[in-house]
Design a binder for this molecule. Structure first.
Ligand SMILES: CC(C)(COP(=O)(O)OP(=O)(O)OC[C@H]1O[C@@H](n2cnc3c(N)ncnc32)[C@H](O)[C@@H]1OP(=O)(O)O)[C@@H](O)C(=O)NCCC(=O)NCCS
Length: 574
């Protein structure tokens, strides 16, 4: 159990966030989380302590001096993730909904983390336990991740203030982003920071021109084009509502100016909230420079508020992911039906046929062909392999191996180079050696198969006796006959190298190398049964006609009890 999860056990039972700190023992990237006494002033020069409502999930960049930041390296990024997201109509907090392999919040946090800020704070309130548990899961990827709990005072301004409270006094730039804005890129944030730093701004807001600005805060500029204020839609006059430049809500602030202005915010507006946007006017009133960077890419500023936007932004993100891979040399035959998570990695000359979904940590090597209609999650596909109309997770398909059509690779499957898992085959915890084939209609579970072996159609690795799972080991160059039941045992059932099994056998004991195991009844033919018991049926008529034809060709024709044609003159067994 990770330390983050350990924490959440406590967390879930805690009605309110308590104080934690990260001492220098950082195992697997996560801070050891220790309960801390509230009320102490944060001071990074000595052992850091955190006021009530703060949770440190991962260590800050330990080798960095505090508050020393470059122009594009912010002192802090504050990601707001406190909102309820009622329009999602979901039991899942809005920021935890997923898109292209990550939660909305994870997209936002990782884009922020790539700026390498000295501090990264996520402000939570609604469903704080769930959101914090999720952040603990991703904390290993993010240095200096801190969670701050917003109190019941509402508004983005208050949320940012709660975020700042989580940190020691800062100088430099503070960036504010949102947990429900998944397409915002690190590059755009860097552009914002560059402009902010080069111009010596106190506040730089990211804005966008849109055709329909309804619902957005409008950017009010004076005659010289200088940004003077941002007016929320609810509070805007008709004239202001005609403005098409909208506020993305994404900012770079001078830390001191921000802190001072936040202290002055009141809830004197239509919603009675403490708006972060009012910081602009307050900063301007004190003579500070306020400016805007207009982004060309409106998608990057869009938030998710309902499922329609979730699907729309998801489709756009997927389109961007596919475009990137196509430009890297991947053939995507039908981008409209192909979905690839941002976490997937593809090599040049991979081909994705229509209806492919690649998820999680899936990796596909050059010249592999996936699809049509295949879903792979955390699957590694080797060079030149193919997967046709199949479903796989936590599996490895090595070079030049073939999967499908209609195969189901469950976790723990490894198919060796040049091997085959064919039609209507299910595998689980199965290590199948190079060149070995399971071509049709089989179940292979808890199995090890050597190299060059063939598993006949409709073979079942019988791995469960109703109480426990058992293993089967099949050697190299084995031929398992069709419809063999290999009944696993503990220690494992072993079919030795070069052994055979007879079709239709139930194998319950080990088979020595080179032996054939036959475990089936002897065939017995009951001559004339159809004529006697199914007289007049189509079968009886067909049989009578066949016998008449054969008798005409050779009056002495007959069959033995095994169904083999008896040679002329051979009385056979009766
Ligand atoms: C078992 C099988 C190999 C026997 O083939 P065959 O040509 O009859 O071979 P043999 O005659 O050499 O028989 C092999 C041995 O099995 C024995 N045997 C065959 N059928 C038997 C039965 N029903 N019960 C007991 N023993 C049997 C034979 O007596 C023989 O033993 P012996 O050498 O001591 O006499 C064959 O029936 C079979 O099942 N082939 C599997 C093919 C298959 O499934 N391929 C997979 C394609 S996907």
């Amino acid at each position: 159990m990770s330390r983050g999860r350990l924490l959440m056990g406590h967390w879930a039972s805690s009605p309110r966030l308590v104080c934690w700190q990260g001492p220098p023992d950082f195992e697997s990237g996560l801070a050891t989380l220790v309960r801390f006494q509230p009320g102490e002033r944060p001071d990074r020069a000595v052992t850091p302590t955190w006021p009530e409502g703060i949770l440190a999930l991962s260590p800050a960049n330990a080798d960095e001096e505090p508050t020393v930041v470059s122009q594009t390296r912010p002192a802090a990024v504050i990601v707001l993730a406190a909102g309820e997201g009622t329009r999602m109509k979901s039991a899942t907090p809005k920021v935890l909904h997923r898109m292209c392999g990550r939660s909305l919040l994870e997209h936002a946090v990782l884009a922020a983390a790539d700026l390498e800020p000295e501090h990264l704070v996520v402000v939570v309130r609604h469903a704080r336990d769930q959101v914090t548990a999720h952040l603990a899961e991703i904390a290993e990827q993010v240095a200096g991740l801190v969670v701050a709990d917003q109190d019941e005072v509402s508004g983005t301004g208050r949320a940012v203030q709660c975020g700042l409270r989580a940190l020691p006094p800062l100088s430099g730039t503070v960036v504010v982003t949102y947990g429900d804005v998944p397409l915002l890129s690190t590059a755009t944030l860097r552009g914002l920071l560059e402009e902010h730093g080069e111009r010596g701004n106190a506040v730089t807001v990211l804005t966008a021109e849109v055709a329909d600005p309804t619902g957005y805060g409008r950017v009010r500029r004076d005659d010289s084009g200088t940004v003077v204020a941002i007016v929320e839609h609810k509070d805007a006059s008709d004239l202001e509502r005609a403005i098409t430049e909208i506020n993305s809500g994404i900012y770079a602030f001078d830390a001191t100016v921000l802190d001072t202005a936040l202290g002055k915010l009141d809830g004197n507006n239509a919603a009675g909230e403490r708006y972060l946007t009012d910081v602009l006017a307050l900063a301007r009133a004190e003579g500070h420079r306020v400016a805007a960077v207009v982004t060309e890419d409106v998608w990057e500023t869009e938030g998710v508020n309902d499922r329609v936007q979730l699907a729309r932004l998801g489709a756009e993100l997927n389109r961007r992911v596919l475009q990137r891979w196509m430009l890297e040399g991947v053939t995507v035959v039908d981008p409209a039906t192909t979905w690839v998570d941002v976490t997937v990695r593809l090599e040049p000359d991979v081909t994705l046929l229509p209806g492919v979904q690649l998820h999680g940590g899936t990796r596909v090597a050059a010249h592999a062909v996936i699809g049509p209609d295949s879903t792979l999650t955390d699957v590694t596909v080797g060079c030149g392999a193919s997967v046709v109309r199949s479903h796989g997770s936590d599996a490895v398909i090595e070079a030049d191996a073939k999967v499908g059509p209609f195969s189901y690779l469950r976790p723990g499957t490894r198919l060796g180079a040049g091997g085959k898992i064919g039609a209507f085959v299910e595998t689980k915890n199965a290590d199948i050696g190079a060149g070995s084939k399971v071509p049709h209609l089989s179940y292979v579970g808890d199995a090890e198969i050597g190299e060059g072996s063939n598993i006949g159609a409709a073979t079942v690795f019988v791995n469960y006796d109703g109480a426990a799972k058992h293993r089967t080991i099949v050697g190299d160059h084995v031929r398992i006959g069709s419809d063999t039941m290999l009944v696993g045992k503990t220690p494992p059932l072993v079919v030795g190298d070069g052994a055979y099994t007879a079709a239709g056998s139930v194998i319950t004991g080990d088979v020595p190398p080179g032996a054939i195991a036959v475990a089936r009844g002897q065939q017995r033919n009951v001559e004339g049964w159809v004529a006697r018991r199914r007289a007049g049926s189509a079968s009886a008529q067909a049989a009578a006609a066949a016998q008449a034809r054969e008798a005409a060709a050779d009056p002495r024709t007959a069959y033995d009890v095994h169904g083999d044609r008896r040679p002329a003159g051979d009385p056979g067994q009766e």
